[in-house]
Design a binder for this molecule. Structure first.
Ligand code: IPE
Length: 250
């Protein structure tokens, strides 16, 4: 099984609030069709939803956020999710919509429910879940990022590969020349900060990718503008992107 996160920066236009990039999503979907293993998709919110979470000052820490904010974030995530589901269907893939409320209790994944996702994928459906505003308990809510979901699903389902699809080639050792890091070693990569992103942007992705690779699972960062690279990563062909090599106890 392959776990794939479609980052908000690739599926939406970062420069413009609330704008999906349908053509790019469609191209990604067409390439996903070339994968013959079962896949599970997680998607982010990008400018579509960070716009609202910034406006309502909502974060990943459970707190008493504005109920209006929670409703609005949830609603816009559903809207983006619907666009993605439609594009999968139109391109003859069979998505299975799976909001994170289906497998999360507070901020813990429900192991039995997560294991069920694997069965859904094995049956030929493509489970699609997403980062969301979630109920925590005692009047508190929080933002669960899609990147964090990647770590939960990796831990419980042990995919063969976890792939983060980005709007960049991968991680760069030098931001000016965009010199690509092909494989992460001990040196810390340079990460640009994005203040518009309440779930931590690239920093969070690197954090979660490192955690997943420490479970012994290879993690790839690839550019979704060149979606054939996703297929290459899966088929073990000459790969372009950044690899976090899976190493247990690293
Ligand atoms: C969106 O998920 C979470 C919300 C703000 C509801 P992500 O945090 O995974 O989104 P991207 O991929 O970074 O945009």
């Amino acid at each position: 099984m392959i776990l794939i996160k479609l980052g908000g920066s690739i599926i939406t236009n970062k420069e413009k609030p609330l704008s999906p990039r349908k053509k790019i999503i469609k191209n990604i979907v067409k390439n996903l069709k070339k994968i013959d293993e079962s896949i599970i998709i997680v998607h982010g919110g990008g400018s579509f939803v960070h716009y609202w979470s910034v406006k309502y000052n909502m974060h990943t820490k459970p707190m008493n956020y504005s109920v209006r904010g929670v409703s609005t974030v949830k609603n816009s995530m559903i809207e983006l999710n619907k666009i993605i589901l439609d594009l999968f269907l139109e391109n003859k893939l069979n998505p299975y919509c799976l909001p994170p409320t289906d497998f999360m209790a507070g901020n813990d994944p429900i192991i039995k429910k997560v294991k069920e996702i694997q069965k859904i994928a094995n049956a030929g459906l493509i489970p699609i879940t997403f980062g969301d505003a979630l109920w925590y308990g005692q009047k508190k809510t929080y933002i669960l990022s899609g990147d964090r979901i990647m770590t939960y699903l990796s831990k419980i389902l042990k995919p063969r590969l976890s792939i983060f699809v980005l709007n960049e080639d991968g991680l760069y050792s030098d931001l000016k020349s965009k010199k690509l890091i092909y494989e992460i070693n001990k040196k810390n990569p340079i990460i640009s900060e994005n203040k518009m992103d309440v779930t931590g942007g690239m920093t969070r992705k690197v954090e979660e990718a490192s955690k997943i690779s420490k479970m012994g699972i290879d993690v790839f960062f690839v550019n979704g503008n060149k979606p054939e690279r996703i297929v290459k990563a899966v088929k073990n062909r000459k790969f372009e992107g950044t690899l976090f090599r899976g190493k247990k106890n690293a």
